[in-house]
Design a protein around this ligand. Structure first.
Ligand code: PMP
Length: 426
Protein backbone atom coordinates (compact mmCIF):
# COMPACT_ATOMS: atom_id res chain seq x y z
CA UNK A 1 0.00 0.00 0.00
CA UNK A 2 1.12 3.57 -0.68
CA UNK A 3 1.65 5.26 2.68
CA UNK A 4 -0.58 8.32 3.28
CA UNK A 5 2.39 10.44 4.43
CA UNK A 6 4.69 9.58 1.56
CA UNK A 7 5.23 11.03 -1.90
CA UNK A 8 7.07 8.43 -4.01
CA UNK A 9 9.50 9.50 -6.78
CA UNK A 10 8.56 9.17 -10.47
CA UNK A 11 5.11 8.00 -9.38
CA UNK A 12 1.64 9.15 -10.39
CA UNK A 13 0.01 8.00 -7.18
CA UNK A 14 -3.48 8.06 -8.67
CA UNK A 15 -2.80 5.41 -11.31
CA UNK A 16 0.29 3.54 -10.11
CA UNK A 17 -0.03 0.02 -8.72
CA UNK A 18 0.51 -0.16 -4.94
CA UNK A 19 4.19 -0.21 -3.98
CA UNK A 20 5.54 -3.49 -2.71
CA UNK A 21 6.88 -3.49 0.83
CA UNK A 22 10.40 -4.87 1.26
CA UNK A 23 11.43 -5.90 4.75
CA UNK A 24 14.95 -7.21 4.27
CA UNK A 25 17.59 -7.95 1.65
CA UNK A 26 20.59 -10.21 1.39
CA UNK A 27 22.91 -10.79 -1.59
CA UNK A 28 20.86 -10.56 -4.77
CA UNK A 29 17.55 -11.26 -3.00
CA UNK A 30 14.85 -9.04 -1.51
CA UNK A 31 12.41 -10.32 1.07
CA UNK A 32 8.88 -8.97 0.81
CA UNK A 33 6.37 -8.39 3.57
CA UNK A 34 4.27 -11.33 2.38
CA UNK A 35 7.27 -13.67 2.78
CA UNK A 36 8.02 -13.90 -0.95
CA UNK A 37 11.67 -13.59 -2.03
CA UNK A 38 12.46 -11.87 -5.30
CA UNK A 39 15.74 -11.62 -7.16
CA UNK A 40 16.97 -8.06 -7.69
CA UNK A 41 17.92 -8.16 -11.40
CA UNK A 42 18.73 -4.44 -11.58
CA UNK A 43 20.74 -3.84 -8.38
CA UNK A 44 17.82 -1.70 -7.19
CA UNK A 45 18.38 1.73 -8.80
CA UNK A 46 21.66 0.38 -10.26
CA UNK A 47 23.50 0.81 -6.97
CA UNK A 48 24.00 -2.50 -5.13
CA UNK A 49 27.11 -3.70 -6.90
CA UNK A 50 28.10 -6.41 -4.41
CA UNK A 51 24.60 -7.42 -3.37
CA UNK A 52 22.49 -6.18 -0.50
CA UNK A 53 23.67 -5.87 3.09
CA UNK A 54 27.26 -6.90 2.39
CA UNK A 55 28.82 -7.36 5.85
CA UNK A 56 32.16 -5.72 4.94
CA UNK A 57 30.48 -2.43 4.02
CA UNK A 58 28.00 -2.65 6.92
CA UNK A 59 30.87 -3.11 9.38
CA UNK A 60 32.86 -0.23 7.90
CA UNK A 61 29.89 2.12 8.31
CA UNK A 62 29.26 0.93 11.87
CA UNK A 63 32.88 1.44 12.89
CA UNK A 64 33.03 4.86 11.28
CA UNK A 65 29.70 5.89 12.86
CA UNK A 66 31.16 5.24 16.30
CA UNK A 67 34.29 7.27 15.51
CA UNK A 68 33.34 10.31 13.42
CA UNK A 69 29.94 10.33 11.78
CA UNK A 70 30.03 13.80 10.21
CA UNK A 71 32.05 16.98 10.24
CA UNK A 72 31.97 20.22 8.27
CA UNK A 73 34.13 19.70 5.18
CA UNK A 74 35.25 23.26 4.61
CA UNK A 75 38.15 24.38 6.77
CA UNK A 76 38.31 20.80 8.11
CA UNK A 77 39.39 17.51 6.63
CA UNK A 78 39.39 13.89 7.81
CA UNK A 79 41.07 10.59 7.15
CA UNK A 80 38.24 8.74 5.35
CA UNK A 81 37.92 11.61 2.81
CA UNK A 82 41.67 11.61 2.21
CA UNK A 83 41.99 7.85 1.97
CA UNK A 84 39.06 7.63 -0.44
CA UNK A 85 40.51 10.38 -2.66
CA UNK A 86 43.81 8.47 -2.79
CA UNK A 87 42.10 5.17 -3.53
CA UNK A 88 39.90 6.67 -6.26
CA UNK A 89 42.69 8.54 -8.02
CA UNK A 90 44.87 5.43 -7.89
CA UNK A 91 42.15 3.52 -9.78
CA UNK A 92 41.30 6.25 -12.28
CA UNK A 93 43.49 7.18 -15.26
CA UNK A 94 46.45 9.19 -13.86
CA UNK A 95 45.45 12.63 -15.24
CA UNK A 96 42.33 12.60 -13.01
CA UNK A 97 43.79 13.84 -9.74
CA UNK A 98 41.30 16.10 -7.89
CA UNK A 99 38.24 14.73 -6.13
CA UNK A 100 35.23 16.89 -5.22
CA UNK A 101 32.58 15.19 -3.08
CA UNK A 102 28.83 15.66 -3.17
CA UNK A 103 25.98 13.30 -2.41
CA UNK A 104 24.14 11.97 -5.47
CA UNK A 105 24.53 11.51 -9.20
CA UNK A 106 22.68 14.69 -10.16
CA UNK A 107 24.89 16.84 -7.95
CA UNK A 108 28.03 15.13 -9.27
CA UNK A 109 26.87 16.30 -12.71
CA UNK A 110 25.94 19.80 -11.46
CA UNK A 111 29.44 20.16 -10.07
CA UNK A 112 31.02 19.05 -13.34
CA UNK A 113 28.95 21.56 -15.32
CA UNK A 114 29.79 24.38 -12.92
CA UNK A 115 33.48 23.44 -12.94
CA UNK A 116 33.54 23.38 -16.74
CA UNK A 117 31.76 26.72 -17.10
CA UNK A 118 33.90 28.45 -14.49
CA UNK A 119 37.08 26.86 -15.82
CA UNK A 120 36.65 28.97 -18.93
CA UNK A 121 35.39 32.02 -17.05
CA UNK A 122 38.47 31.99 -14.82
CA UNK A 123 40.48 32.23 -18.03
CA UNK A 124 38.41 35.19 -19.22
CA UNK A 125 36.34 33.22 -21.69
CA UNK A 126 32.60 33.02 -21.48
CA UNK A 127 31.56 29.69 -22.93
CA UNK A 128 27.89 29.27 -22.15
CA UNK A 129 27.00 26.23 -24.20
CA UNK A 130 27.26 22.52 -23.48
CA UNK A 131 26.88 19.76 -26.02
CA UNK A 132 25.02 16.66 -24.87
CA UNK A 133 23.62 13.61 -26.62
CA UNK A 134 20.13 12.82 -27.79
CA UNK A 135 18.76 10.24 -25.37
CA UNK A 136 21.00 11.44 -22.52
CA UNK A 137 20.04 11.26 -18.86
CA UNK A 138 22.17 13.05 -16.27
CA UNK A 139 19.87 13.72 -13.32
CA UNK A 140 16.89 15.68 -12.06
CA UNK A 141 18.31 18.95 -10.70
CA UNK A 142 17.97 21.92 -13.06
CA UNK A 143 21.50 21.90 -14.45
CA UNK A 144 21.60 18.14 -14.85
CA UNK A 145 18.10 18.22 -16.33
CA UNK A 146 19.22 20.82 -18.86
CA UNK A 147 21.78 18.42 -20.33
CA UNK A 148 19.23 15.56 -20.44
CA UNK A 149 17.29 14.78 -23.60
CA UNK A 150 13.99 16.61 -23.37
CA UNK A 151 11.18 14.22 -22.45
CA UNK A 152 7.97 13.92 -20.45
CA UNK A 153 10.21 13.97 -17.38
CA UNK A 154 11.42 17.49 -18.12
CA UNK A 155 8.52 18.93 -20.17
CA UNK A 156 6.96 20.78 -17.25
CA UNK A 157 10.26 22.56 -16.56
CA UNK A 158 11.30 23.22 -20.18
CA UNK A 159 11.16 27.04 -19.90
CA UNK A 160 13.43 26.90 -16.84
CA UNK A 161 16.24 24.91 -18.48
CA UNK A 162 19.35 26.44 -20.02
CA UNK A 163 19.98 25.88 -23.68
CA UNK A 164 22.04 22.88 -24.69
CA UNK A 165 22.93 21.58 -28.14
CA UNK A 166 22.21 17.91 -28.71
CA UNK A 167 23.91 15.59 -31.16
CA UNK A 168 22.87 12.03 -32.08
CA UNK A 169 24.10 9.11 -29.95
CA UNK A 170 25.02 6.33 -32.41
CA UNK A 171 23.53 3.46 -30.47
CA UNK A 172 23.95 -0.07 -31.70
CA UNK A 173 23.11 -3.72 -31.06
CA UNK A 174 24.41 -7.18 -31.94
CA UNK A 175 24.64 -7.48 -35.74
CA UNK A 176 23.85 -3.80 -36.47
CA UNK A 177 25.02 -3.16 -40.07
CA UNK A 178 24.71 0.63 -39.86
CA UNK A 179 26.74 1.49 -36.81
CA UNK A 180 29.68 3.01 -38.64
CA UNK A 181 27.48 5.24 -40.77
CA UNK A 182 25.64 6.44 -37.63
CA UNK A 183 28.90 7.20 -35.89
CA UNK A 184 30.29 9.10 -38.88
CA UNK A 185 27.09 11.17 -39.10
CA UNK A 186 27.19 12.08 -35.39
CA UNK A 187 30.87 13.01 -35.61
CA UNK A 188 30.28 15.17 -38.65
CA UNK A 189 27.66 17.14 -36.71
CA UNK A 190 30.04 17.59 -33.78
CA UNK A 191 32.87 18.67 -36.04
CA UNK A 192 30.71 21.17 -37.84
CA UNK A 193 29.54 22.74 -34.59
CA UNK A 194 33.07 23.09 -33.31
CA UNK A 195 34.37 24.46 -36.59
CA UNK A 196 31.64 27.04 -36.83
CA UNK A 197 31.83 28.30 -33.25
CA UNK A 198 35.09 27.13 -31.68
CA UNK A 199 34.73 29.42 -28.65
CA UNK A 200 31.11 28.78 -27.83
CA UNK A 201 31.40 25.41 -26.11
CA UNK A 202 32.37 24.79 -22.50
CA UNK A 203 32.23 21.03 -22.77
CA UNK A 204 30.61 17.86 -24.02
CA UNK A 205 28.91 15.57 -21.52
CA UNK A 206 28.24 11.93 -22.27
CA UNK A 207 27.25 8.69 -20.58
CA UNK A 208 30.14 6.64 -21.95
CA UNK A 209 29.17 3.50 -23.91
CA UNK A 210 25.73 3.02 -22.32
CA UNK A 211 22.96 5.59 -22.07
CA UNK A 212 21.08 4.26 -19.07
CA UNK A 213 17.72 5.80 -18.31
CA UNK A 214 16.78 6.41 -21.94
CA UNK A 215 16.78 2.68 -22.57
CA UNK A 216 20.22 1.10 -22.11
CA UNK A 217 21.33 2.38 -25.51
CA UNK A 218 24.82 1.06 -26.22
CA UNK A 219 27.60 2.63 -28.26
CA UNK A 220 31.13 1.67 -29.27
CA UNK A 221 34.49 2.76 -27.86
CA UNK A 222 35.70 3.78 -31.33
CA UNK A 223 33.11 6.53 -31.44
CA UNK A 224 34.10 8.07 -28.12
CA UNK A 225 37.77 7.89 -29.07
CA UNK A 226 36.96 9.95 -32.16
CA UNK A 227 34.84 12.38 -30.14
CA UNK A 228 37.77 13.00 -27.84
CA UNK A 229 40.19 13.53 -30.73
CA UNK A 230 37.85 16.09 -32.16
CA UNK A 231 37.41 17.90 -28.82
CA UNK A 232 41.15 17.98 -28.21
CA UNK A 233 41.60 19.68 -31.56
CA UNK A 234 39.37 22.52 -30.39
CA UNK A 235 40.25 22.46 -26.68
CA UNK A 236 36.72 21.67 -25.52
CA UNK A 237 36.32 19.72 -22.25
CA UNK A 238 35.01 16.16 -22.17
CA UNK A 239 32.89 15.10 -19.18
CA UNK A 240 32.16 11.42 -18.63
CA UNK A 241 29.04 10.82 -16.55
CA UNK A 242 29.97 7.44 -15.07
CA UNK A 243 27.28 7.58 -12.39
CA UNK A 244 25.89 4.29 -13.72
CA UNK A 245 28.89 2.86 -15.58
CA UNK A 246 31.55 3.20 -12.87
CA UNK A 247 33.03 0.49 -10.64
CA UNK A 248 32.99 -2.51 -12.95
CA UNK A 249 29.54 -2.13 -14.45
CA UNK A 250 30.85 -2.26 -18.01
CA UNK A 251 33.38 -5.03 -17.34
CA UNK A 252 36.31 -2.70 -16.64
CA UNK A 253 36.81 -0.60 -13.51
CA UNK A 254 35.46 2.46 -15.32
CA UNK A 255 33.91 2.88 -18.75
CA UNK A 256 36.84 5.14 -19.65
CA UNK A 257 39.13 2.10 -19.26
CA UNK A 258 37.03 0.18 -21.75
CA UNK A 259 37.05 3.14 -24.15
CA UNK A 260 40.78 3.60 -23.60
CA UNK A 261 40.70 7.35 -23.10
CA UNK A 262 40.81 9.76 -20.18
CA UNK A 263 38.15 12.48 -20.01
CA UNK A 264 38.76 15.87 -18.37
CA UNK A 265 36.18 15.12 -15.69
CA UNK A 266 34.35 12.07 -14.45
CA UNK A 267 31.14 11.93 -12.36
CA UNK A 268 30.79 8.98 -9.98
CA UNK A 269 27.93 7.95 -7.70
CA UNK A 270 25.40 5.07 -7.42
CA UNK A 271 27.65 2.01 -6.91
CA UNK A 272 30.36 4.03 -5.19
CA UNK A 273 29.13 2.95 -1.74
CA UNK A 274 27.92 -0.44 -2.94
CA UNK A 275 24.36 0.87 -2.59
CA UNK A 276 24.58 1.66 1.14
CA UNK A 277 24.65 5.45 1.31
CA UNK A 278 24.07 8.43 -0.96
CA UNK A 279 27.46 9.70 -2.04
CA UNK A 280 29.19 11.03 -5.13
CA UNK A 281 32.41 12.43 -6.49
CA UNK A 282 33.38 14.60 -9.43
CA UNK A 283 37.01 14.02 -10.33
CA UNK A 284 38.93 16.38 -12.62
CA UNK A 285 42.40 16.90 -14.01
CA UNK A 286 45.06 19.05 -12.40
CA UNK A 287 44.76 21.53 -15.29
CA UNK A 288 41.13 22.19 -14.36
CA UNK A 289 41.98 22.50 -10.67
CA UNK A 290 44.74 24.96 -11.49
CA UNK A 291 42.34 27.28 -13.28
CA UNK A 292 40.64 27.81 -9.88
CA UNK A 293 43.84 28.03 -7.80
CA UNK A 294 44.41 31.72 -7.28
CA UNK A 295 44.69 34.59 -4.85
CA UNK A 296 41.71 36.07 -6.63
CA UNK A 297 38.72 34.87 -4.57
CA UNK A 298 36.35 35.23 -7.49
CA UNK A 299 38.08 32.21 -9.03
CA UNK A 300 36.93 29.93 -6.18
CA UNK A 301 34.46 27.15 -6.90
CA UNK A 302 31.64 28.31 -4.64
CA UNK A 303 29.79 25.04 -4.38
CA UNK A 304 29.28 22.69 -1.45
CA UNK A 305 26.75 20.56 0.38
CA UNK A 306 26.12 20.08 4.10
CA UNK A 307 27.00 16.42 3.77
CA UNK A 308 29.96 16.87 1.39
CA UNK A 309 32.60 14.28 2.18
CA UNK A 310 30.43 12.64 4.82
CA UNK A 311 32.73 10.23 6.70
CA UNK A 312 30.16 7.42 6.65
CA UNK A 313 29.85 7.74 2.88
CA UNK A 314 33.63 7.77 2.55
CA UNK A 315 33.95 4.69 4.77
CA UNK A 316 31.31 2.85 2.74
CA UNK A 317 33.05 3.80 -0.50
CA UNK A 318 36.46 2.66 0.79
CA UNK A 319 34.92 -0.66 1.85
CA UNK A 320 33.31 -0.97 -1.59
CA UNK A 321 36.71 -0.45 -3.21
CA UNK A 322 38.12 -3.21 -0.98
CA UNK A 323 35.54 -5.57 -2.49
CA UNK A 324 35.89 -4.54 -6.11
CA UNK A 325 39.00 -6.61 -7.05
CA UNK A 326 37.46 -9.84 -5.79
CA UNK A 327 34.50 -9.35 -8.17
CA UNK A 328 36.65 -8.48 -11.17
CA UNK A 329 36.62 -11.97 -12.68
CA UNK A 330 32.88 -12.05 -12.14
CA UNK A 331 32.01 -8.84 -13.91
CA UNK A 332 34.06 -9.88 -16.90
CA UNK A 333 32.46 -13.35 -16.96
CA UNK A 334 28.96 -11.93 -16.77
CA UNK A 335 29.36 -10.40 -20.24
CA UNK A 336 29.91 -13.84 -21.80
CA UNK A 337 27.08 -15.38 -19.84
CA UNK A 338 24.68 -12.67 -20.97
CA UNK A 339 25.74 -13.30 -24.58
CA UNK A 340 25.09 -17.02 -24.22
CA UNK A 341 21.68 -16.51 -22.65
CA UNK A 342 20.72 -13.96 -25.30
CA UNK A 343 21.44 -16.60 -27.97
CA UNK A 344 18.45 -18.49 -26.63
CA UNK A 345 16.29 -15.37 -27.01
CA UNK A 346 17.36 -14.24 -30.43
CA UNK A 347 14.59 -16.10 -32.25
CA UNK A 348 11.86 -14.81 -29.97
CA UNK A 349 9.66 -12.51 -32.08
CA UNK A 350 8.78 -10.57 -28.91
CA UNK A 351 12.26 -9.03 -28.69
CA UNK A 352 14.79 -7.33 -30.95
CA UNK A 353 18.01 -5.31 -30.80
CA UNK A 354 19.64 -7.62 -28.24
CA UNK A 355 22.71 -6.00 -26.73
CA UNK A 356 25.33 -6.45 -24.04
CA UNK A 357 28.09 -4.29 -22.59
CA UNK A 358 29.88 -5.67 -19.55
CA UNK A 359 27.39 -6.72 -16.90
CA UNK A 360 24.41 -5.01 -18.63
CA UNK A 361 22.17 -6.84 -21.09
CA UNK A 362 19.19 -5.24 -22.81
CA UNK A 363 16.59 -5.87 -25.50
CA UNK A 364 13.59 -4.06 -26.95
CA UNK A 365 10.18 -5.66 -26.54
CA UNK A 366 8.48 -5.57 -29.94
CA UNK A 367 4.95 -6.55 -29.02
CA UNK A 368 3.93 -3.08 -27.92
CA UNK A 369 0.87 -1.40 -29.36
CA UNK A 370 1.69 2.22 -30.32
CA UNK A 371 1.43 4.58 -27.35
CA UNK A 372 1.42 1.77 -24.78
CA UNK A 373 5.05 1.85 -23.70
CA UNK A 374 4.21 2.57 -20.13
CA UNK A 375 1.66 -0.21 -19.86
CA UNK A 376 4.11 -2.80 -21.20
CA UNK A 377 6.56 -1.78 -18.54
CA UNK A 378 3.92 -2.09 -15.81
CA UNK A 379 2.78 -5.45 -17.21
CA UNK A 380 6.34 -6.84 -17.26
CA UNK A 381 6.98 -5.58 -13.72
CA UNK A 382 3.92 -7.41 -12.49
CA UNK A 383 4.69 -10.62 -14.37
CA UNK A 384 8.24 -10.43 -13.06
CA UNK A 385 7.03 -10.43 -9.47
CA UNK A 386 5.01 -13.56 -10.25
CA UNK A 387 8.31 -15.14 -11.38
CA UNK A 388 10.13 -13.90 -8.27
CA UNK A 389 12.11 -11.26 -10.15
CA UNK A 390 12.57 -7.51 -9.76
CA UNK A 391 12.56 -6.20 -13.34
CA UNK A 392 11.71 -2.64 -14.28
CA UNK A 393 11.70 -2.06 -18.04
CA UNK A 394 12.42 1.45 -19.29
CA UNK A 395 9.44 1.86 -21.62
CA UNK A 396 9.73 -1.20 -23.87
CA UNK A 397 13.38 -1.83 -23.01
CA UNK A 398 13.88 -4.87 -20.86
CA UNK A 399 17.29 -4.91 -19.23
CA UNK A 400 19.38 -6.71 -16.65
CA UNK A 401 21.93 -4.98 -14.45
CA UNK A 402 22.53 -7.51 -11.70
CA UNK A 403 24.74 -7.26 -8.63
CA UNK A 404 28.13 -8.89 -9.24
CA UNK A 405 27.46 -11.47 -6.53
CA UNK A 406 24.85 -13.13 -8.73
CA UNK A 407 25.60 -16.82 -9.32
CA UNK A 408 25.41 -18.72 -12.62
CA UNK A 409 22.31 -20.49 -11.34
CA UNK A 410 20.64 -17.22 -10.37
CA UNK A 411 21.40 -15.74 -13.79
CA UNK A 412 19.92 -18.82 -15.47
CA UNK A 413 16.87 -18.44 -13.22
CA UNK A 414 16.45 -14.81 -14.40
CA UNK A 415 16.65 -15.75 -18.08
CA UNK A 416 14.20 -18.61 -17.52
CA UNK A 417 11.81 -16.10 -15.97
CA UNK A 418 12.29 -13.68 -18.87
CA UNK A 419 11.45 -16.38 -21.43
CA UNK A 420 8.28 -17.22 -19.50
CA UNK A 421 7.30 -13.54 -19.26
CA UNK A 422 7.89 -12.97 -22.99
CA UNK A 423 5.73 -15.96 -23.85
CA UNK A 424 2.89 -14.43 -21.84
CA UNK A 425 3.31 -11.14 -23.74
CA UNK A 426 2.98 -12.78 -27.14
N1 PMP B 1 23.72 10.23 -14.39
C1 PMP B 1 23.39 9.01 -14.80
C2 PMP B 1 24.11 8.41 -15.96
C3 PMP B 1 22.37 8.30 -14.15
O1 PMP B 1 22.04 7.08 -14.59
C4 PMP B 1 21.73 8.88 -13.03
C5 PMP B 1 20.64 8.16 -12.27
N2 PMP B 1 19.89 7.26 -12.95
C6 PMP B 1 22.12 10.17 -12.63
C7 PMP B 1 23.13 10.82 -13.33
C8 PMP B 1 21.47 10.85 -11.46
O2 PMP B 1 21.82 10.23 -10.29
P1 PMP B 1 20.93 10.42 -8.97
O3 PMP B 1 19.65 9.67 -9.24
O4 PMP B 1 21.75 9.82 -7.88
O5 PMP B 1 20.72 11.89 -8.79
Amino acid sequence: MAHPNLWYPYTQAKTAPDPIKVIAAQGAWLELENGQRILDCISSWWVNLYGHAHPHIAEAIYTQARTLEQVIFSGFTHQPAETLAERLTALLPPPLTRVFYSDNGSTAVEVALKMAYQYWLNQKQQRRTFIAFEGAYHGDTFGAMSVCARSTYSDAFAPMLFEVEFIPFPDTFLGDPEVEAKEAAALAILQEKLQQNPDRYAGVIVEPLVQGAYGMRMGRPQFLQQVQQCLQEWGVLLIFDEVMTGFGRLGTTFACDRVGICPDMICLSKGITGGFLPFSATVCTEAIYEAFYSEDLSKTLYHGHSYAGNPLGCAAAIAGLDLLPQYEPRFAALENQHLEHLQALKDYPQVERLRVTGTIAAMDITTVPEGYLNSVSVQVRQLAIEHNLLLRPLGNVLYLLPPYCITDEELAFIYGGIRAILEKLA
